[in-house]
Design a protein around this ligand. Structure first.
Ligand code: MG
Length: 365
């Protein structure tokens, strides 16, 4: 089996609502699909995304302008060989950001192919540690929502059977964050999980001050408190609060995760398969965390993280944000607070390709 053709396409899909966190807002999502076709007619499709209107067409260009050709003639079942070929070549243009998003989309397409070629569902092919994964909800709690909205959303989330929810923090006035956390905790009761997410908003000193103010509300984690580059700041914060520190959506490879784990800057890691180099790299990060008795709770893209979280023994949750619903034939259904991975070979995501085609962008323009 040899790779014959590789190409990328850009789709701009509407999101179900306008969302704000502490540093940005998003109203559309760009998805870049990479398709890999073999000489015996198998097709694998992977994807990456951008929640801001920047970068996705460059990801397409880097794949169509040469990265795809690098793997022509290779056997897609040798995923390590394919991954290394592309990774080694991108060092000149930088191994973070746009280049690694492209590597991720290619690698995910390779695993779609591998799973189809093996005629085995992805979660089983990757390890099959469990057949259901708990879900927490981030489809509420946005920073632009009022406290009344937050309470309403939390009530709806509890009624729908979610195990927990996450809200955004980072209000200018620290007492506002406290008020919002207290209001949501009251709805959740003492036993459901509550997380907060600052999207890299704070300095270490401010994050320590705020985390200590929040300690009475039994937070399950404090997500992305500081800029992702500040490894030592995270270690300092973690040493000064009992709230566990979660991060990883803004890290792009296993070495960055290793540095965080080794320096004590993270309690829970949250690799995003579409940003950290694909499934091959995601698995290494997840297993490295396991070697440190640490759990993994992947960021966003619940449809693709579901089989990955089901494959490993140390996953916590997948994150409920239904952003892909407009391009699926059937959204994921929750059973007793959990999602069940697909038994179909491939990624197991029921994309509606007719619908997707209506959102296609000619990225050359
Ligand atoms: Mg986050």
């Amino acid at each position: 089996m040899r790779i014959e053709k590789v190409w990328a396409e850009l789709y701009r899909i509407p999101v179900h609502r306008e969302m704000h966190d502490a540093i940005r807002h998003f109203s559309k999502m760009d998805m870049v699909f990479v398709h890999v076709k073999t000489d015996d007619g198998l097709l694998g499709s992977g994807f990456t995304y951008s929640i801001i209107p920047l970068g996705a067409s460059e990801v397409c260009s880097i794949v169509n302008g040469g990265m795809g050709e690098l793997i022509h003639g290779m056997d897609p079942r040798n995923h390590e060989q394919v991954w290394s070929r592309v990774w080694r070549q991108v060092d000149w243009v930088g191994r973070g950001g746009i280049a690694i998003l492209a590597v991720a989309a290619i690698d995910i397409a390779i695993w779609d192919l591998k799973s189809k070629a093996a005629n085995m569902p992805l979660y089983k092919l990757l390890g099959g540690a469990r057949t259901r994964v708990p879900v927490y909800n981030t489809d509420g709690g946005w920073l632009n929502h009022s406290i009344e909205q937050l309470v309403e959303e939390a009530e709806r989330i509890v009624a729908a059977g979610f195990r927990g929810t996450k809200i955004k923090v980072g209000k200018e006035d620290p007492s506002e964050d406290v008020e919002r956390i207290a209001a949501v905790r009251k709805v959740l009761g003492p036993n459901r999980t509550l997380m907060v997410d600052a999207n890299e908003r704070f300095t270490a000193a401010e994050a320590i001050r705020r985390a200590r103010m929040w300690e009475p509300w039994n937070l399950f984690w404090f997500e992305e408190p500081l800029p992702a580059e500040d490894v030592l700041g995270h270690a300092n914060l973690r040493a000064h609060t009992s709230v566990p520190i979660a991060l990883g959506e803004s890290l792009f490879n296993r070495f960055q995760f290793r540095d965080y784990i080794a320096s004590g800057g993270a309690s829970i890691v949250q690799p995003d398969v579409c940003r950290c180099g694909g499934i091959t790299e995601w698995l290494k990060i997840a297993h490295m965390a396991d070697c440190h008795n640490m759990q993994v709770s992947p960021h966003f893209v619940m449809e693709l993280h579901l089989p990955l979280a089901a494959a490993i023994p140390n996953s916590l949750f997948v994150e409920y944000i239904p952003s892909l619903d407009p391009v699926l034939t059937e959204p994921l259904k929750m059973v007793e607070g959990c999602f069940v991975p697909s038994e179909e070979p491939g990624l197991g995501i029921p994309f509606d390709w007719d619908r997707l085609r209506s959102f296609k962008v000619n990225h050359e323009n």
